[in-house]
Design a protein around this ligand. Structure first.
Ligand code: GLN
Length: 310
């Protein structure tokens, strides 16, 4: 019975892909990062990776690398959580923001304590925390991501990082504002350089789904090593569910019903604990900065396979 159900997971991917690809595409490629504006809006791919090698399926442009942008915040949060455990929450909260990913509005009311680690404010504080704990945070971060995916070809894209740095006035403002409350402790420029590099990580859908499986496996990587405790993994999944899509987190929970994380490169990754991780990529974004086709694809996938957590 279980086998049949899993078969249906993998075999459902292509029909869903064809169905969504045939629909009129809406949305807009992110253009506030000039390098991202160059990406073809027609790219569309997905990859499903079941737990413990029990199946996988790729469709469309699933082997083409793209900028994972804010999805990388799951990795930076995981590394900081591994290093600091509960002390982490003295510097960043775990509440949904209900505001856009780059919003400044709550920071003043809340004395520079970001609502959660996935909005830009929170992710910049996580980069500051890692900068204080590690000699070379960018190198350690890449090592962590490569180890999770079992793939040493994963890299930062220096051009994308520089392109965002050149236009990154919002993030500069956020970092300065947080600094004024004392919640950034290291050199501001270095923290921002690290943040922009983090966002520039490139992966394809296969790599992205595989690298996120530790969150489906209670915190263990593909070698059975503990990356996070089961409790920490549960909590990161919870934060993904409640905060992974900014002011559209409710919509994603309502339509898809899985912990997930989006990025303005058009990627979305979602995790079904104990079962699978799935990555989708289509660069056309809605006004909240989330991939239109990515959301539609995942909504269809969890509906057809009845695998929402709800
Ligand atoms: N690097 C992007 C930024 O800081 C990440 C935003 C995103 O992917 N939602 O604006």
């Amino acid at each position: 019975m279980m086998y049949l159900r899993r078969m249906s997971y993998t075999s459902s991917l292509l029909p869903i892909y064809n169905q969504i690809a045939a629909q009129q595409a809406s949305g807009k490629v992110a253009d506030y990062i000039p390098e991202l504006a160059k990406i073809s809006p027609d790219k569309f791919g997905a990859h499903l990776e079941m737990l413990n090698g029990s199946g996988s399926q790729s469709v469309g442009d699933s082997h083409e690398k793209f900028s994972i942008q804010s999805i990388a915040k799951v990795f930076s949060l995981s590394l900081a959580y591994q290093l600091l455990d509960g002390k982490l929450w003295e510097r960043v909260d775990v509440e949904p923001s209900g505001t856009p990913f780059n919003s400044l509005i709550q920071l003043e009311l809340e004395n520079g304590l970001p609502r959660n680690p996935f909005i830009n404010a929170g992710a910049i504080v996580i980069c500051d925390i890692l900068s204080g704990l590690l000699d070379n945070p960018a190198e350690a971060m890449l090592r962590f991501i490569r180890d999770l995916s079992g793939n040493d070809s994963i890299c930062y894209n220096i051009r994308v990082a520089a392109s965002e740095r050149g236009e990154g006035y919002r993030n500069l403002a956020l970092a300065n504002f947080i600094r004024s409350y004392g919640n950034i402790e290291n050199d501001l420029d270095q923290v921002l350089d690290f943040y922009f590099l983090l966002c520039s990580v490139e992966m394809n859908c296969v790599e992205l789904a595989q690298s996120m499986l530790y969150l489906a496996r209670g915190g263990k990587n593909h070698l059975g090593q503990t990356i996070l405790t089961p409790s920490q993994a549960k909590r990161i999944n919870a934060i993904m569910l409640t905060c992974g899509f900014y002011d559209e987190a409710g919509e994603f929970a309502y339509r898809v019903g899985l912990p997930g994380k989006s990025g303005v490169g058009g990627g979305i990754v979602a995790v079904k604990p104990e079962e699978y991780a799935i990555a989708v990529w289509s660069p056309l974004l809605n006004e909240k900065g989330n991939s239109c086709r990515g959301m539609a694809f995942l909504e269809e996938f969890t509906s057809v396979t009845k695998s929402s957590i709800f």
